[in-house]
Design a protein around this ligand. Sequence first.
Ligand code: UD1
Length: 341
Amino acid sequence: MKVLLTGGAGFIGSHTCVELIESGHEVAIVDNFSNSKPEVLNRIARITGKDPVFFEADVTDKSEMRYIFDNNNFDAVIHFAGFKAVGESVAKPLMYYRNNLDSTITLIEVMQEYGVNNVVFSSSATVYGESNKPPYNENMPTSTCTNPYGTTKLISEQIFTDATVANKDLSVVLLRYFNPIGANPSGLIGEDPAGIPNNLFPYVAKVAGGKLEKLGIFGNDYPTPDGTGIRDYIHVVDLAKGHVKALEYAVAHKGVEAINLGSGKGHSVFEVVQTFMKVNDVAVPYEIKPRRAGDLAESYANAEKAERLLGWKAELSLEDMCRDMWRWQTQNPNGYDTKNQ
Ligand code: UD1
């Protein structure tokens, strides 16, 4: 299949690009490098032995998107492009709504103009909101999100769903990610957040690597066995393989389907920190801090639907995630910024 990846130079996009190429698919990437670096393309080529076709463009720019679709016959699209920092979305809500919704709408319009009917969308477990209880399953009602980033995922899901009701040829898979972490085992691609990381794993890796002094653990008084927050961490390589399966499903079906991509298991912050230290034989100094606003005590998936519909389940362990994350960090202490390492 010939597949367009919007935001394909990002963390999840680049890992999915590798898995697609390794499964025999032909890949083109469109990315504006707003939160990624050109070096990732060289790394993908080193891992796979193939250069993905690349377009530097903004998905909200319809004329640029038309140019890309004019010159390629895509069978399907995976739509990763979007801003994703929760805190920034609270400070700059309009920027988030403009970018994340405009890109979704523009993409669907251009796909329809060119008769491309299959699409997989990067959604998030954040759409389960605060009123559902884990394990989350896809039949639960989605609910208000605590931040504009989450709301853009919720509204994008609705836009895709409504477009599918109106156009019976469309086939959409909404993938609800839990907490993607880890890196390709080559250590050549991984997560490269700009500035100080907000998410747990990149922060732990930077503390272990001596780039940051100490991890703050946000709350040890949650109603969980050790008092710290529980999340469903999923290795990004497992997640990427889930996209290959979702794409094949989308091409073989019509209509819209929301599917969780999680391991179905929860791990606490303490467990993450201890496992990271143990498997990598490295220290991660930490201190307990107050709870972070908007955090849930626990979040984890019911992962049965993915297994039933896609024949996919997460296979890699928390130990694998810690090991691969550390390899990426030690081989690339400054991420893709190769000049300053
Ligand atoms: C966050 C976003 C979510 C987004 C996801 C992307 C919020 C409220 N949610 O999820 O919308 O889809 O990232 O992966 O931000 N923690 C610490 N210290 C830290 C960082 C985190 O103790 O420095 C704890 C958190 O309290 C939480 C766990 O680690 O219990 C995971 O946090 P994080 O990696 O930020 O992910 P989420 O908050 O689950």
